[in-house]
Write a protein that binds this ligand. Structure first.
Ligand code: NAD
Length: 236
């Protein structure tokens, strides 16, 4: 089985690629960062391509040339936290372009592969932010709400290809490491019912389940992998 992981050069995407490789999948990483891609794909021994998911022509070319694909993991995502009264519109446009249009471009361009696979599936990476209504997130949370809506819509449109989403909570990655410096990590961990900040592998294990035969009757679902953070708070 062959999976394409977008934004796969580091963090959650790379962890998905590592876990799937460990259970026998063939992986192609795509990312816009060539240096990181070369390093990660060499460590993993997998194929890679430099693709910016917001560049439709580049995405189309990639999927027209690649070997048959069974699963697409739409993981590439960015965030530009800003308040409504202090917005940089270019930043926010970029968030929509990567998180929503990037996911749309990749899924649409991969359809001919997913249709011909005997077990085609898509996993979109959303965020707990889609349902926590936190201030100061610019369009990030809204972009992930869009992803959750599209996950269900596409599950209806393209069945029997399965489409699910995984919504991570607090996960320490190269992209979020600044949030976990010094005492901040322990403080954040205390808010999580499970009692720790998540690791990329926590997400990868659930993504691997969702693309597997074990999840062959699971589609249109949003799975929150957040240590219980979205269920409420342990502090009264
Ligand atoms: N880390 C968290 O706490 C957390 C929580 C909720 C959701 N998420 C989501 O998980 C996904 C991965 O997050 P992460 O923390 O691993 O991020 P990260 O910043 O560590 O890695 C993201 C990767 O995506 C790549 N990328 C960014 N824009 C791209 C583009 N236009 N085209 C191709 N590649 C691009 C980057 O080069 C990078 O390699 C994102 O969608 C993010 O929104 C993360």
């Amino acid at each position: 089985m062959h999976a394409v992981v977008t934004g796969g050069a580091q963090g959650i995407g790379l962890a998905c690629a590592q876990h799937l490789t460990s259970i026998g999948w063939t992986i192609t990483l795509i990312d816009k960062d060539l240096e990181l891609l070369e390093q990660s794909s060499s460590d993993l021994g997998c194929q890679y391509a430099q693709v910016d998911v917001t560049d439709l022509e580049s995405v189309k070319n990639f999927f027209s040339e690649i070997n048959p694909v069974d699963s697409l993991i739409n993981n590439a995502g960015i965030w530009r936290p800003q308040n409504l009264e202090d917005l940089d519109f270019d930043d926010q446009e970029e968030v929509l372009n990567v998180n929503v249009l990037g996911t749309l471009f990749c899924t649409s361009s991969a359809m001919h592969h997913l249709r011909t696979s005997s077990a085609g599936s898509v996993v979109n990476i959303s965020s707990l932010a889609a349902r926590t209504n936190s201030p100061g997130l610019g369009l990030y949370a809204a972009s992930k709400s869009a992803i959750e809506t599209l996950t269900k819509q596409w599950a209806l449109e393209i069945a029997p290809i399965r489409v699910n989403a995984v919504s991570p909570g607090l996960i320490e990655t190269p992209g979020t490491s600044g949030n976990y410096k010094g005492a901040a990590k322990e403080k954040r961990a205390k808010a999580v019912p499970i009692g720790r900040v998540g690791e990329p592998s926590d997400i990868a294990k659930v993504v691997s389940f969702l693309v597997s035969e074990a999840a062959s009757y699971v589609t249109g679902q949003i799975v929150y992998v957040d240590g219980g953070l979205g269920a409420g708070t342990t502090q009264r």
